[in-house]
Design a binder for this molecule. Structure first.
Ligand SMILES: Cc1ncc(COP(=O)(O)O)c(C=O)c1O
Length: 611
């Protein structure tokens, strides 16, 4: 066990702050979480105080909310272009870089407009008819920007696309099946139509959504359909209409090197299609997939590695096509652009202890506990320790005879578990590579009730086991006292975010009550470290990196709707401000959605602490 002094640097490492995709979060000398954007720093506590104070400009709101950080969307948009352009310059790549934002990742107006305001060349991608209408509304005065229409198409969607083309929007239609191709050649004029052929990438990449690739993928043209589609297009004079091929290998592809083989595949098809007569084919659209470092453990330059991996693959394959054309590279990153743009700020309503306080333990029981703990002192390995624990009378005699007997047994259990944790922390670190038994002993003794719904604010945690970093906003300068589970106010036991990513250190670091904060091999554990239990009630936890997908897939579980939205702004004088964007969804709105009308209840459904 490491008995050295604690330091803020250690906390930074434990929570993954001040680096990679959490580069904008840090800790001040008093242990407060702070946001650093450019040269501006501001503690989260200050932001909350601003919102809580009621005066002419401020709203006096005192509970959970979503903090929007539009500056970080701009940061990512600029970084993506710079990263690609600089990699292209350095490797002498003569094709151009182009980017479109798939609005499905976050359709909020403040997100979409932020992307557009940051880069005058950025285009947008629609996945449905409704998204196309959204895009038309934001691009009314900028019709030169590219719109790519993806997604399954029915005649109405195609009519809307035709309308867009007629109105002067630069609109491209992605062809996702032979059936769609047939509808398109019937309805469109080859001279004014821009087509994108969406292909199934016939390869396997490693990642959460890697089933987006391969023969069985839901999206894109199979290889036999591609041949038939090209024949059809040629027969109807559409061979000159195809400007782009698109492949999407799935989201959050952390095996960056897999993009290389994807790029080889796409470039080969690109050249073959040109040889087959698609002579206006100029662009390869590599879809999304750029990962976000939710655990702060990947290489710090993921975006650069991604760009280099793709360009490397394209260049390698171009070597086989001496007369081939150098394609322009298009990227449809969504997660990579928006994830940093939101944080859910969860107010802690209550702290509950799973075990009774050990004060006042019955003398006989205390003796039994002391004996059990003493017998463990001689253990020199984890298995020996667990063996003694399994034999222990305290563990065996769990069946209680009465309520007060049960309380005594719970006290005893808590004490013995604390004793074992201490003994474990004294053993050689390498022995503690986590096993299920140990995780039970380290499982948090405290539950924090947060005024939120995981389903509504961070649904991917439940749906696809997506990890999000959860951070207390105070007491980050001390060795954490213990770990807690953050549970929500829904009546669903899945409504809890307790996963914590333990970083790798040579010696394991522990909380004050001997739960591991780090491991000799990094990995997921349960329990969010907190500096001081006493200060939690009324404070907040930040769930970071929630800007991608979470707003758009949210649910209305328990009729708890959207949290209020607050935006952090910097004025020209570099002063920061918070802007109240919208309140929580009212109970009236939520009830109406379910078909119950006639209510007049403007209140939000979250817990109130007002008396
Ligand atoms: C066609 C297409 N492009 C882009 C994206 C965005 O992917 P990501 O969020 O990984 O950037 C998706 C997401 O699934 C997609 O289906």
């Amino acid at each position: 066990m490491t008995h050295e002094e604690w330091s803020i640097d250690k906390s930074r490492l434990v929570y993954g702050l001040n680096r990679n995709d959490l580069h904008f979060l840090d800790i001040d000398d008093e242990g407060r979480l702070l946001i650093r954007i450019g040269s501006e720093t501001i503690t989260v506590e200050e932001i909350i105080k601003r919102i809580e104070t009621e005066d002419e400009e401020r709203v006096g709101y005192t509970s959970s909310f979503t903090l929007r950080l539009p500056q970080l969307i701009s940061f990512q948009v600029l970084k993506l272009r710079r990263t690609f352009e600089s990699a292209m310059n350095q490797t002498g790549y003569s094709g151009k870089f182009r980017a479109i934002y798939p609005v499905k990742v976050n359709q909020r107006r403040d997100f979409v407009v932020q992307v557009l305001q940051t880069d005058p060349e950025y285009g947008l991608e629609a996945g449905t008819k409704a998204e196309l209408f959204l895009i038309k509304s934001v691009l009314e005065k900028e019709k030169h920007r590219l719109i790519v229409c993806n997604g399954a198409k029915d005649p109405e969607y195609l009519d809307s696309i035709a309308e867009c083309i007629k109105e002067g929007y630069s609109t491209a239609i992605s062809v996702e099946s032979l059936y769609e191709a047939r509808m398109i050649v019937e309805r469109f004029d080859p001279k004014t139509t821009d087509l994108v052929l969406r292909l199934k990438p016939y390869l396997k990449v490693r990642g959460h959504w890697s089933h987006s690739t391969g023969r069985d993928s839901k999206f894109g043209l199979s290889i036999h359909d591609l041949f038939d589609t090209v024949e059809l297009l040629k027969s109807r004079d559409f061979q000159g209409s195809v400007s782009t091929i698109l492949g999407h290998v799935g989201s959050q592809i952390t095996a960056i090197e897999d993009f290389h083989v994807f790029a080889v595949f796409m470039t080969r098809i690109f050249q073959e299609l040109r040889d087959m007569g698609l002579s206006n084919l100029t662009t390869i659209d590599f879809g999304g997939g750029l990962p976000i470092d939710y655990t702060s453990t990947h290489q710090p330059n993921l975006m650069e590695l991604y760009a280099r991996s793709l360009l490397g693959g394209v260049k390698e394959e171009l070597g086989n096509w001496p007369d081939g054309m150098v394609p322009d590279i298009m990227i449809e990153s969504g997660r990579g652009i928006t994830a940093l743009g939101s944080m859910v700020m969860v107010k802690a309503l209550e702290v509950r202890s799973v075990f009774p306080s050990i004060e006042g333990m019955d003398e006989d029981m205390k003796r039994e506990v002391d004996e059990a703990i003493e017998s463990m002192a001689s253990a020199s390995s984890v298995s020996e320790l667990l063996g003694i624990w399994n034999e222990s009378q305290v563990k065996k005699s769990w069946l209680a005879e009465s309520m007060s007997d049960l309380r005594e047994k719970e006290r005893a259990l808590a004490s013995v578990r604390a004793g074992i944790r201490f003994q474990l922390s004294e053993l050689e670190s390498a022995d503690l590579s986590s096993d299920a038994h140990l995780e039970r002993l380290w499982y948090p003794d405290h539950i924090v009730i947060g005024n939120f719904s995981v389903f509504n604010s961070a649904c991917d945690y439940v749906l696809v086991k997506q990890h999000f970093p959860v951070l207390p906003i105070i007491d980050l300068h001390v060795r954490p006292e213990t770990t807690v589970r953050l549970v929500d106010i829904t009546c669903d036991s899945d409504g809890e975010i307790s996963q914590f990513h333990r970083k790798e250190t040579e010696d394991i670091w522990f909380t004050q009550d001997f739960r591991p904060l780090t491991m000799t091999v990094a990995g997921m554990g349960q329990g969010i470290p907190v500096g001081s239990l006493e200060n939690i009630h009324g404070s907040y936890f930040a769930i970071a990196l929630t800007g991608a997908y979470q707003d758009v897939i949210e649910m209305n579980h328990n009729l708890l709707g959207d949290l209020p939205d607050v935006e952090l702004l910097f004025t020209k004088e570099k002063k920061w401000q918070v802007r109240w964007l919208s309140g929580a969804e009212s109970m009236e709105e939520l009830l109406e959605e379910m078909g119950y009308v006639g209510f007049d209840i403007d209140e939000d459904p979250y817990m109130s602490e007002n008396d």
